[in-house]
Design a protein around this ligand. Structure first.
Ligand SMILES: Nc1ncnc2c1ncn2[C@@H]1O[C@H](COP(=O)(O)OP(=O)(O)O)[C@@H](O)[C@H]1O
Ligand SMILES: CCCC(=O)OP(=O)(O)O
Length: 366
């Protein structure tokens, strides 16, 4: 088998790896990492060799010949803000990902691992629609405090891929439509997509919007400032509280929504209260994104693991379907979206972007 593309998607609790050839998925595997395994490492960068060995074992199992590999594609991590698209991984990008200059997240390893395998095979490495895709409207950048800007961080890869699919299924085009996509996973991001650009996104990683299974979302500022002072917290501890120990985890000490929704089915009122609260806040953020699109919304799309839950989907639907029809794509399309990003380059439909050259839209004011 020739023209093989290896796809690598590191998440906080898993590493997904797949190989594709000529439009078809040949093999894939989701390698789960237990909290015990992951907590042995100081941080994300230290997990590189551990995850690489697991990917190596997957590749060996497939009997892939190095000469048959055409490219390696990784999920792109916290980089400087860049527009969406497929980017060639270069030394500058790898350095930014490894040093966590723009923050630390499991997806940082996507570009780094893709680069290491590409060097081994002597082929190019790409990332596609990384978590920092920035197509913000200039007004979306303002935070309300000089010196602090909102940044675009979210599940851009999955939001765009699922958006394109749902629109195509309904005979519409992403570039000509307005949609709100809510990725409901361990973390939550909710994007307003206007005619092919994600012009605003509720960024759960940095403490915006709804709480999620493991993230706080936005908090009352004064109370939170006092909490940080009382607990004498470092910035590292604040980050891991906001994204890791907040939300449902802080209320119920559990992040697996399958367990919690089963508890609700069994009559657990406490579990129901905190899940209803999350759905209430998700609906509020969807409403916020509807105002960004001035109410001209073709579809609201719910995706991510939590969208498997009929209970959660129904809670959100009842508060938002007056805005636009609600479509559901449970799970994610990230692996095929990463592959398709590389295919667009092979077929000449897009030119691989240069990370160093990429420029975002900014307001021209002093
Ligand atoms: N069938 C299901 N019903 C309810 N929740 C689910 C289901 N499958 C996965 N989830 C939940 O989705 C969340 C993970 O979402 P996912 O999109 O896979 O993660 P990530 O945020 O890492 O991309 C977890 O809280 C998990 O319990
Ligand atoms: C970094 C923003 C995207 C995100 O939150 O991804 P995960 O849900 O995979 O942590």
């Amino acid at each position: 088998m020739e023209d093989i593309v290896i796809v690598i998607n590191p998440g906080s609790t898993s590493t997904k790896v797949a190989c594709f050839s000529n439009g078809a998925l040949l093999a894939d595997e989701t390698i789960r990492h237990t909290t015990d395994e992951i907590s042995k490492f100081e941080g994300i960068a230290e997990q590189l060799t551990y995850r690489k060995e697991m990917i190596n074992r997957f590749i060996e199992k497939q009997n892939i010949k190095p000469k048959d590999v055409q490219a390696v594609v990784g999920r792109g991590g916290l980089l400087r803000p860049i527009p969406g698209g497929t980017y060639l991984v270069d030394e500058t990008m790898v350095e930014d990902l490894k040093s966590a200059k723009y923050g630390s997240h499991a997806s940082n390893l996507g570009g780094v691992l893709a680069y290491e395998f590409s060097k081994k095979y002597g082929i190019p490495a790409y990332i596609v629609d990384p978590v920092v895709v920035d197509e913000f409207h200039p007004l979306a950048r303002l935070s309300g405090l000089k010196g602090i800007e909102r940044r675009s961080v979210g599940h851009a890869l999955n939001q765009k891929a699922v958006g394109r699919k749902i629109l195509a299924d309904n005979g519409k085009e992403y570039e000509k439509s307005n949609i709100i996509v809510a990725h409901l996973g361990g973390g939550i991001s909710i994007g307003a997509h206007q005619k092919g650009e994600m012009v605003d996104v509720v960024n759960g990683l940095d403490g915006e919007g709804p709480y999620s299974p493991e993230r706080t979302g936005s908090l009352p500022l004064i109370d939170f400032a006092a909490y940080i002072q009382t607990e004498d917290m470092t910035i590292k501890e604040v980050k891991s509280l906001i994204a890791g120990k907040g939300g449902i985890k802080s209320y119920l000490n559990e992040i697996d929504l399958r367990i919690i929704t089963e508890q609700i089915e069994n009559g657990d009122k406490k579990a129901q209260y905190y899940i209803d609260g999350m759905c209430y806040q998700i609906s509020k953020s969807i409403g916020e994104m509807a105002t960004v699109l001035a109410g001209k919304v073709d579809y609201i799309i719910l995706t991510g693991g939590a969208s498997y839950s009929e209970y959660i989907v129904n809670q959100i639907k009842k508060n938002t379907e007056w805005i636009a029809p609600v479509e559901v794509y449970a799970g994610e399309m990230e692996m095929s979206a990463l592959y398709q990003g590389a295919v667009r380059i092979f077929e000449g439909k897009e030119k691989a972007r240069d990370y160093k050259e990429a420029k975002i839209r900014k307001a021209e004011v002093n």
